[in-house]
Design a protein around this ligand. Structure first.
Ligand SMILES: *[C@@H]1O[C@H](CO)[C@@H](O)[C@H](O)[C@H]1NC(C)=O
Ligand SMILES: *[C@@H]1O[C@H](CO)[C@@H](O)[C@H](O)[C@H]1NC(C)=O
Ligand SMILES: *[C@@H]1O[C@H](CO)[C@@H](O)[C@H](O)[C@H]1NC(C)=O
Ligand SMILES: *[C@@H]1O[C@H](CO)[C@@H](O)[C@H](O)[C@H]1NC(C)=O
Ligand SMILES: *[C@@H]1O[C@H](CO)[C@@H](O)[C@H](O)[C@H]1NC(C)=O
Length: 553
């Protein structure tokens, strides 16, 4: 019954059914487990026994365990939240404890069994690193970016400063923050500390998390520093990590880290100071690892993209469901809208879209500007625009990807993409395989040929619009980094869960190839963008309509 909320996690073989589940009829039943959550939390606090919570959950709603395809975390999360070794159980030490000692012991054993069952194949080992590779950078946040004060963005576990509700109910009262993609390093680390299936035994682990804030590190040195300064900490991290026994098992192929930047900040080719970025992702050791970023390279295997953080970080499942209901029911006065700007690059279609939007009575335009008073950086302004639009145009700018695409999903606005590199070949762990389920694709070439975007959008039948919007709203949990600091349990797989699940599957596939004695890197790397799109029996070498868009020049 909860499938609707984690449909993006379905394995490719069942991906075709996805949109039925995202628009499914589960609307009436989806609140049930959360009601138990509340009951359970009450019991936990009242009785101060974590195991009791687990049992209550089992009896009342074994339903959660029936989610079959999602990451096991959805099942696991039905378990005791206190099985998480990183969070000490919030027990009160009152006298009630003694009287129920035996029962507690029994329940503890049951819980351990349950944890073993649910965590098998899900364990994460956290590599130890000195704090200068992570938390010290947050302490020294003034150094992080010369142009914008980063300290406020690393606050609240990386969510940034809280936003107040109001503004005509565009945002909710709680759960909204002024988040910056740069803090994703912090968000991920903070979250993994609370992950339910951490282990100290690396031989049990499905993947090894390296808590290196690669994005924050490179941000300090992108401007006005020589290449040796830019590379220094990356090289140091590699020395440390490759010297560890955990590295040897698979030559680091089970290791991963997270950076809230695009891959292009880490792929310097040569060693001249005028070249951009550091060379972290080109180091031989890091070529074995998985680097998680907000925009991955279409031609490299060692990185993977996860959603940009939006402003929404709900602390409860109810808040997520409430938000979904809200945006599903909105009256949308504009057929389409565009938050963007004229581009200097003559190849960019953004200018064309600005003109089309200006010329149409059905389009609302929000012009993004450079600098601190950019409306497009204001979650309230962006949400207001996207909540009043049926379609939201998402061309690429100076990068392939856009944070605003995730804001559109959050607002229940159907994204219109113009290049597959903006989402379809990027967020394959988080978005349905069939992009027509949840978005509209108009090629850049069509726009250059002056195709009318409005006309194209008007041609989509209302049932199809309804169906797509249902899918978009169903994707909201999958692109949300929720706040689990007070959460006792969750039935929703959020962006973090899906990312972790993606890494685990990637490592598992690699292990399988090794076990079968197949060359582990048999596939040509230049087709990395294409592999997730292939259907049964298709090969990367087969022609694809997007080949020219990713042609190697
Ligand atoms: C790992 O070991 C540390 C220190 O020995 C301990 O505090 C922690 O609880 C252990 N974590 C797990 C998941 O066993
Ligand atoms: C790079 O810059 C650092 C600090 O400014 C300096 O100490 C170092 O000598 C420079 N390295 C090179 C190769 O210029
Ligand atoms: C990368 O992995 C390969 C194959 O597992 C291994 O032979 C190689 O030594 C690894 N590279 C490093 C730098 O550890
Ligand atoms: C994607 O879904 C649409 C309907 O939404 C369908 O017509 C199309 O065949 C599907 N494409 C693939 C590759 O499954
Ligand atoms: C597209 O429209 C613009 C402005 O209306 C015009 O300058 C341009 O020549 C047109 N391009 C094509 C290919 O028709």
């Amino acid at each position: 019954m909860m499938k609707r909320h984690n449909s993006a996690a379905l394995p490719p073989s069942t991906g075709g059914e996805m949109h039925e589940e995202t628009t499914g009829k589960a609307d009436k039943s989806y609140k049930r487990p959360s009601r138990c959550s509340r009951l359970c939390s009450f019991l936990i606090i009242a009785a101060a026994f974590s195991m009791l919570a687990c049992h209550c959950y089992d009896y009342a709603h074994g339903g959660v365990a029936r989610v079959e395809h999602g990451p096991a975390s959805s099942r696991r999360r039905g378990g005791s939240p206190f099985s998480d070794p990183a969070v000490p159980p919030r027990r009160d030490t009152g006298d009630r404890k003694v009287s129920a000692d035996n029962e507690a012991r029994e329940l503890a054993a049951a819980d351990a069994r349950r944890r073993r069952e649910l965590c098998t194949g899900q364990y994460i080992y956290v590599q130890e690193l000195p704090s200068r590779f992570n938390t010290d950078m947050v302490w020294d946040c003034e150094d992080l970016s010369p142009s914008k004060g980063m300290c406020k963005y690393t606050a609240n576990g990386g969510f940034g400063p809280r936003l107040r509700g109001g503004d005509g109910g565009v945002l909710q009262e709680t759960g909204w923050y002024d988040s910056d993609e740069l803090a994703l390093d912090v968000i991920f680390h903070d979250r993994i500390k609370r992950y339910e299936c951490l282990t100290n035994d690396s031989s049990l682990a499905s993947a090894v998390y390296v808590p290196f804030y690669a994005g924050l590190d490179v941000a300090r040195h992108l401007w006005g520093h020589n290449v040796s300064t830019r590379d220094a900490m990356a090289l140091e991290m590699v020395d440390l990590v490759t010297a560890r026994p955990e590295w040897r098992a698979l030559g680091g192929r089970d290791h991963f880290f997270v950076a809230g930047r695009t891959t292009w900040d880490f792929r310097r080719q040569g060693d001249v100071d005028t070249e951009w970025g550091n060379k972290l992702f080109r180091l031989p050791a890091v070529r074995n690892m998985t680097a998680i970023v907000v925009e991955a390279s279409p031609w490299d295997r060692n990185d993977a993209a996860i959603p940009y953080p939006t402003a929404f970080h709900p602390a409860t499942d109810e808040a997520t469901f409430f938000w979904q209901d809200r945006v599903r029911g909105l009256e949308r006065q504009w057929l389409f809208s565009f938050a963007g700007a004229h581009a200097e690059d003559s190849k960019s279609i953004a200018s064309n879209l600005v003109e089309q939007c200006r010329a149409s009575a059905a389009c609302s335009l929000m012009e993004c500007t450079k600098g601190p008073s950019n409306q497009c950086d204001s979650p309230a302004s962006v949400m207001k625009l996207f909540q009043s639009s049926t379609f939201c145009l998402q061309p690429r700018g100076d990068r392939y990807t856009r944070r605003l695409a995730f804001d559109a999903v959050l607002a229940g606005c159907i994204p219109v993409f113009f290049h597959p590199g903006t989402a379809y070949v990027q967020y394959t762990w988080h978005l349905p395989k069939n992009h027509t389920d949840y978005s509209v694709y108009i090629s850049e070439e069509d726009v250059r040929r002056n195709v009318s975007v409005e006309e194209r959008l008007r041609r989509i039948p209302p049932e199809a619009v309804e169906r797509m919007r249902g899918a978009v709203v169903g994707l909201i949990p999958a692109v949300t980094y929720s706040d689990t600091s007070t959460k006792l349990e969750s039935t929703v797989n959020d962006a973090f869960d899906l990312a972790l699940w993606g890494v685990i599957r990637k490592v598992a596939k690699m292990r399988k190839r090794i076990a079968e004695g197949r060359a582990e890197d048999e596939k040509p790397e230049m087709y990395s963008w294409k592999y997730p799109l292939l259907g049964e029996g298709q090969k990367a070498e087969d022609p694809h309509e997007w080949d020219p868009l990713f042609a190697f020049n």
